[in-house]
Design a protein around this ligand. Structure first.
Ligand code: SF4
Ligand code: SF4
Length: 250
């Protein structure tokens, strides 16, 4: 990565297609109220099996909540993400955003990275070469410009503040299976009305330390990992026709 990094959006719309768009809880409510679908991506991890750095563990910990799993506990992170696998429902025919003034934080932040352990790599982004030609400086000396930096901080803050409430919403919807972090995501597609009801119910009744987050199970693919987690007294979901998609990452 070379500093300074220059970028200016050319409005091509490429980043609005073929992906999930992570939303804050507030944005999730707005998205559902507009009549568009939101998926739930889930991953779990646990201290005894953590292989990355301590700093990354602390970062993940803040975005997760501890739940029961088998005879022990795991940390689960829920990502509520707009369904834009073909394209975002707000993308107009002219490739511009139809909710520009109200677009989600991640859309304001792209192509910057929100995860502090992932470095911005222009070639890995959807933006065409002309967007990276001398324009506005978005990073100098490894620091994002102040406006972007405050948006990134707001996104991280929302992830931390909503971590438990999001799992409480999942629990109300009967969603209680997560993948193992770095191996896969489990992706649930709740019905829009059910999802909005759970968001509204939990927003009004949630009590941080008292709300029930339910008992969780884990979906894993590898036989070694499966045996390791079972030996650790974690519960696995081994149903043949799961109500979710298992999206492997490796
Ligand atoms: S909300 Fe707007 S900027 Fe964000 S993905 Fe959809 S069309 Fe693109
Ligand atoms: S892919 Fe990059 S250049 Fe194209 S609209 Fe998205 S942010 Fe702008």
């Amino acid at each position: 990565m070379h500093y300074p990094t220059r970028f200016s959006c050319v409005g091509c719309g490429a980043c609005c297609k073929g992906r999930f768009i992570p939303l804050t809880l507030g944005e999730t409510k707005q998205w559902l109220e507009r009549g568009d679908d939101v998926a739930v991506l889930l991953e779990a991890f646990s201290r005894p099996y953590w292989a990355a750095s301590e700093q990354e563990y602390q970062h993940s910990l803040q975005r997760s909540a501890q739940v029961s799993c088998g005879a022990t506990q795991v940390h689960v992170t829920a990502i509520f993400a707009a369904h834009a696998l073909t394209q975002c429902p707000n993308l107009q025919r002219d490739d511009l955003c139809g909710i520009y003034e109200n677009r989600p934080l991640v859309c304001r932040i792209y192509p910057m990275e929100i995860n502090p352990f992932i470095e911005l790599e222009p070639l890995a982004k959807d933006c065409p070469p002309e967007a990276w030609e001398p324009n506005t400086i978005i990073i100098s000396d490894a620091s994002a410009d102040p406006t972007l930096s405050s948006l990134i901080q707001a996104s991280r803050r929302a992830d931390r503040n909503d971590a438990r409430l999001k799992l409480s919403i999942c629990n109300q919807m009967g969603i209680n299976v997560a993948a193992w972090k770095a191996e896969a995501f489990v992706i649930h597609f709740p019905a829009r009305d059910q999802f909005l009801q759970a968001v509204n119910d939990q927003a009004s009744s949630f009590q941080d330390d008292q709300s029930d987050l339910g008992g969780w199970t884990l979906r894993v693919a590898g036989a070694d990992l499966s045996n390791e987690l079972k030996n650790g007294k974690l519960a696995l979901d081994e149903t043949e026709n799961p109500s979710y998609i298992f999206h492997a990452l490796r």
